[in-house]
Design a protein around this ligand. Structure first.
Ligand code: DLL
Length: 437
C-alpha cells in the first residue's frame, strides 16, 4: 500500500506550512471571539492583560493570550469554563488525577466528532483499517482512554472489542477467540499482558499485529520489549482529557516523534520558567490551544508534559509537527538531593541490563535527617531468587552502579521476588514520595 493510502485526511495531515498557519489563524480568531464572549473567566483574564479579540489577527498573535492551568480548571469545577449552553453538551469526560478534585471536560457532538477523527487518523497511521479487530482494555467511563479508542475505531469502521480494564485471563481468552489484530492499553498493562500470554504459551495463537499505547510515559526499551514478546509493532499515542483525550498526537511507522493533529490543536513548547518558546528540538513544557473545540475550549493550556518539537516534514509524508517521546512531567520529575530524576531514566537503565532484571520497579523517596533517600525496588527473575545469596549481592551492586551512572545520585537497591510489585491495569504508579514537600 502506498504511503498516501495510509493517511486518513491527507489534506490536513500533509498541508503546507503556510496553508496550515492561515487555517489556524482563522480558527484562532474565531476561538478568541467565542471564549471572550461566552466564558467570563477568559473575558476577565484577557481584560487583565489588556488584550481584546480584535488584537488577534493570525496564529502568530497567540503569544498575546493568557495561559490556562489545571488550577484554573479546578477553581472553575465542574462547568465554569463551558462556552456553550448546557443543552449543547452531549457528554462529560475527565480524569481523577492522583490528588484533589476531578478534572471535568464537557463535549458537544462536534467535539466528539473531532475526537473520533483524531483517533481515526492515529489508527490509520498504525496501518489499521475496517478489516481490523481492536481490543480495547483502557477503562470505559469518565477516563477518556476506552471511549476515545472506541470512537476512533468506529471512525475507521474497525470492529471494537470494548473490554475495559481488568481480568487478564479473560482479556487473553477474548483476544484469542475474537481474533484481535490490535491491542490498546497502557504500556505497563501491555507488558503485563505480554508476560501472561507468554506464560500461558499462547503467543503463537494470537493474530495481533499492532499495539497502541499511551496515557503514561514509557521508553523505547519498553516499546522494544513489548514488540519482541508479542511480535507486534507498537505506537505511542498521547492525549489529555483537557484537550480531547487520546489522539492529540501519535507516532507514525517511522517512529520518529508523535505527529500532532495540528489543524485542531496548536502546540507551543515553552521554557516553564520564562514562558518563552524554546524553539525546535529543545526540551520544554508543552502548551496547547484547542482551535475548534466548542464545549470547553482552552487557550494556551499548560500540560506540564516535557517534550521537544520538530516542524520538519516526516518521511511518511505528513507535515504535521512531531513531538518527541515524553520525558515525563514537570511534576512527575522528582528533585532528589538537588538532582532532577525522572522514572523513565530508571526504566531505561533497568531495561538496558536485560537478563535477570525485570522492568517492574518502584521508586520510594524519603527524607531522613534532612537528607533525601532514594530506594529503588526491582523485581528479579524467579530462578535467580532460588540461587545463592552472593549472586543476588553481585546483582544488587551492578544495579546500584547502573542507576548511579544514569541518575547521577546513589540509590539503595532492594531486589524483590517476581510479582511483588503491584501491577496496574491503568496508569502505573512508579514513585512514592514520602517527603511531604
Ligand atoms: O491519559 C488520555 C489518554 C488515554 C492518552 C489513552 C493515551 C491513551 P489524562 O487522564 O487526562 O488523559 O492524562 C493525561 O497523561 O498530560 C501525560 O502526562 C500523560 N500521558 C498521556 N499519554 C502519554 C504518552 C489520558 N503517550 C496525562 N506518553 C498527560 C507520556 C502520556 N505521557
Amino acid at each position: 500500500m502506498s504511503v498516501k493510502e495510509m493517511i486518513l485526511d491527507s489534506k490536513h495531515e500533509c498541508m503546507s506550512r503556510d496553508e496550515m498557519a492561515a487555517l489556524q489563524g482563522e480558527r484562532l480568531v474565531d476561538l478568541v471571539n467565542r471564549v471572550y464572549n461566552n466564558v467570563p473567566f477568559y473575558t476577565k483574564k484577557m481584560k487583565e492583560l489588556g488584550v481584546e479579540p480584535g488584537d488577534i489577527k493570525g496564529i502568530e498573535d497567540i503569544v498575546k493570550l493568557p495561559f490556562t492551568t489545571k488550577e484554573d480548571l479546578r477553581n472553575n469545577y465542574p462547568f465554569g469554563l463551558r462556552a456553550v449552553p448546557q443543552s449543547e453538551i452531549v457528554r462529560v469526560q475527565g480524569t481523577s488525577g492522583t490528588t484533589g478534585k476531578l478534572t471535568i471536560v464537557p463535549y458537544t457532538q462536534k467535539d466528539i466528532d473531532v475526537w473520533a477523527e483524531c483517533v481515526g487518523r492515529c489508527m490509520t497511521m498504525a496501518g489499521l483499517t475496517k478489516e481490523d479487530v481492536i481490543h480495547v482494555c483502557y477503562g470505559y467511563g469518565l477516563f477518556t482512554g476506552g471511549l476515545g479508542m472506541d470512537f476512533g475505531a468506529r471512525r475507521i469502521g474497525a470492529m471494537t472489542v470494548p473490554m475495559s480494564a481488568g481480568n487478564t485471563q479473560r482479556q487473553i481468552m477474548c483476544m484469542e477467540d475474537f481474533g484481535a489484530t490490535a491491542l490498546t492499553c497502557t504500556p505497563s498493562y501491555a507488558l503485563h499482558l505480554a508476560e501472561t500470554i507468554t506464560e500461558m504459551g499462547k503467543v503463537d495463537d494470537m493474530k495481533l499485529k499492532v499495539g497502541i499505547h499511551g496515557a503514561e510515559p514509557w521508553t523505547e526499551e519498553m516499546r522494544k520489549k513489548i514488540e519482541d514478546i508479542l511480535h507486534i509493532e507498537c505506537f505511542d499515542i498521547y492525549g489529555l482529557c483537557e484537550i480531547t483525550g487520546p489522539g492529540v498526537a501519535m507516532d507514525c511507522k517511522q517512529h520518529n516523534g508523535l505527529h500532532i493533529n495540528h489543524d485542531f490543536f496548536y502546540p507551543e513548547v515553552l521554557d516553564p520558567v520564562t514562558n518563552e518558546s524554546v524553539g525546535d528540538n529543545n526540551l520544554g513544557e508543552l502548551v496547547f490551544t484547542t482551535l475548534v473545540k466548542e464545549g470547553m475550549p482552552l487557550l494556551r493550556y499548560r500540560t506540564k508534559d516535557l517534550t521537544s518539537i520538530d516542524h520538519t516534514t516526516c518521511e511518511c509524508g505528513r507535515t504535521t509537527p512531531r513531538i518527541s517521546k515524553f520525558k515525563g512531567r514537570t511534576d512527575d520529575m522528582k528533585v532528589i538531593r538537588g538532582v532532577n530524576v525522572f522514572p523513565t531514566q530508571v526504566e531505561t537503565a533497568l531495561l538496558s541490563m536485560g537478563g535477570d532484571i525485570s522492568n517492574h520497579y518502584m521508586m520510594i523517596v524519603d527524607r531522613e535527617n534532612n537528607t533525601d533517600k532514594l530506594t529503588v525496588m526491582v523485581e528479579v527473575n524467579e530462578n535467580l531468587f532460588s540461587d545463592e545469596i552472593s549472586k543476588l549481592n553481585d546483582l544488587k551492586k551492578k544495579v546500584g552502579a547502573k542507576l548511579k551512572q544514569a541518575l547521577g545520585i546513589s540509590a539503595e537497591i532492594k531486589l524483590v521476588e517476581p510479582k511483588t510489585i503491584q501491577r496496574s491495569e491503568g496508569k502505573a504508579v512508579r514513585v512514592i514520595d514520602n517527603r511531604n514537600l
